[in-house]
Design a protein around this ligand. Structure first.
Ligand code: ADP
Ligand code: MG
Length: 152
């Protein structure tokens, strides 16, 4: 396990941190985002997706769609938002077990808290954002060293 802590002083820095996180992802990577409403989960996702070669302007919060798919030459990037799934098995509700069987995938999950005890295992990057409004954001990034295949 490797833990890094960051402080971002404005939206641009949150986006840039997303880009740094994205540069270290590969096929099978799972990013679990935790933090309250307006913390910066979607903005960080824009940075991640941009660094993977996809237009950040096309990245929108999947709070209603639940799952967005961004296709690049190298990856199918699944952007999932569990905000609206308060009850039951959130992983199952969005079809996460099936998604995780796909090759060349990267999964980014907002509101990973909702997974309860069913966090995926594998190449996980867990990001926790605290702070809201115009305040700086404290962002911790924890990487698992595990290289085994992904399961929930
Ligand atoms: P979430 O997906 O967590 O609900 P969003 O990414 O949609 O949050 O929104 C985050 C908001 O926080 C944006 O308005 C963004 O400009 C702002 N923001 C992000 N990082 C910072 C920061 N370091 N300082 C001030 N505002 C920030
Ligand atoms: Mg969001």
């Amino acid at each position: 396990m490797e833990i890094e802590n960051f402080l971002t002083k404005g939206p641009d820095e949150t986006f840039a941190l997303g880009e740094r996180i994205g540069q270290r992802l590969g096929a099978g990577s799972i990013v679990l985002l935790r933090g309250g409403l307006g913390a910066g989960k979607t903005l960080l996702t824009k940075g991640i997706v941009h660094s993977l070669g996809f237009d950040a302007d096309e990245v929108t919060s999947p709070s209603f769609a639940l799952v967005n798919l961004y296709k690049t030459e190298a990856y199918n990037i699944y952007h999932i938002d569990l905000w609206r799934i308060e009850n039951g098995d959130a992983a199952f509700a969005v079809g996460l077990p099936e998604i995780l069987e796909e090759p060349n995938l990267i999964v980014i999950i907002e509101w990973a808290e909702r997974l309860g005890g069913r966090e995926p295992h594998g190449q996980v990057v867990a990001v926790e954002i605290s702070g809201d409004g115009d305040d700086p954001r404290q962002i911790s990034v924890t990487r698992s060293k595990q290289k085994s295949s992904n399961t929930v």
